[in-house]
Ligand binder design. Structure first.
Ligand code: AHG
Ligand code: MN
Ligand code: MN
Length: 330
């Protein structure tokens, strides 16, 4: 007798449908945030297409300019910035944008309610070698009145005021992971269908991790206390993993349990990673899964930013590992 072929897991909830359900759980939601999340989803699909073809389209390598932090921009950094800016402009829900690739605040639609801070493409050093890269985004509600000029104060809000945050990981599959403050959900892109599908509902980060992620090349520049923590990790037989793409490293540790560290170093006295568009979004995601994120002294989400491109040290991941690290370095 013929049997039904095994078609694998049934096609589940699309990102768009999930965003709508999420919206319905907020009684006064207007749909503006939902539209904004959909715009980010769309831009990431377009960027995903460019990334997967970059070796064929002469999109690899340096662009030939530097960003505001004096870092060499890669061509894909510039492409990613354009793609997201365009999608957010066309979507109409963003009053202003802070991007790693632009020195100043970019005003988009003064009549909109939301602000976005974003690292359009994270992990630039991995672009040309086919290692996973990412996009990181933070969404805030503006403080000033709709229609007025967006102010610096609108942007310089502590991470705890984020209304939503997330990242896209362009890896062996492409995933979008986001939160609106009610847990974290991950969506995997189905390349032949061109949709994100819910694949990782309600992600939880185990309190005790088995992975530590730090650039070992900085061993000689680390403080004695930090070196002691790394030695503790080794003594506990934790596994060392470091891709060099923040999104990749944090995503792996989120799913498997672990700690990611980018400390202050002599060449980066305030740390290398940026508070507004790298640390805050990942801190909100990780906290929402039960993990922790600190700059070594305080909770990342409690830092009051002073500058758009402010840097911070970052200790993030499984709660007990982060606590242990903070205890040993303080
Ligand atoms: P970006 O490509 O957006 O400039 O970020 C690169 C960051 C981050 O992704 C990664 O964790 C870190 O740089 C790696 O730095 P090191 O090479 O100093 O370890
Ligand atoms: Mn980055
Ligand atoms: Mn970047």
């Amino acid at each position: 007798m013929a049997t039904t072929p095994d078609l694998g897991k049934p096609v589940g909830v699309t990102l768009d449908r999930f965003i709508k359900r999420d919206q319905d759980s907020f009684p006064y939601a207007t749909g503006e945030l939902s539209q904004l999340l959909r715009d980010i989803g769309l831009a990431s699909k377009i960027l995903n297409r460019e990334i997967t073809r970059s070796g064929l389209l002469n999109l690899e390598g340096a662009f030939g300019a530097e960003n505001v932090q004096g870092e060499a921009q890669q061509k894909l950094d510039v492409v990613a910035n354009i793609r997201f800016k365009r999608a957010l402009t066309n979507g109409g829900q963003v009053c202003a944008l802070v991007s790693e690739e632009e020195p100043d605040l970019i005003t988009i639609n003064p009549d909109a309610n939301y602000l976005v801070a974003m690292d359009p493409l994270d992990g630039s050093s991995n672009i040309d070698v086919n290692v996973s890269i990412g996009t990181i985004f933070s969404i805030y509600r503006r403080k000033s009145k709709k229609g007025s000029q967006v102010t610096k104060e609108d942007v310089l809000q502590p991470g705890r005021d984020q209304v939503a945050a997330g990242y896209v990981l362009y890896g062996s599959s492409t995933m979008l992971v986001y939160t609106t403050g009610q847990g974290v959900n991950g969506f995997t892109h189905g390349p032949t269908i061109g949709e994100f599908f819910l694949s990782h509902p309600n992600i939880k980060c185990t309190p005790d991790g088995t992975i530590y992620s730090i650039n070992d090349g900085y061993w000689n520049e680390m403080t004695d206390e930090l070196r002691s923590f790394v030695e503790y990790c080794r003594s506990q037989k934790l596994t060392a993993r470091y891709a060099g793409s923040l999104v990749t490293d944090v995503h792996r540790n989120l799913l498997k349990g672990g700690i990611y560290i980018y400390p202050a170093l002599p060449k980066h006295p305030d740390g290398k990673l940026r508070l507004l568009y790298e640390a805050n979004a990942l801190a909100m995601i990780v906290e929402q899964t039960g993990g922790k994120a600190s700059d070594g002294k305080q909770r990342i989400l409690d830092i009051l930013p002073k500058e758009f491109h402010q840097r911070t040290p970052l200790f993030i991941g499984s709660a007990n590992l982060v606590d242990k690290c903070l205890e040993m370095i303080s």
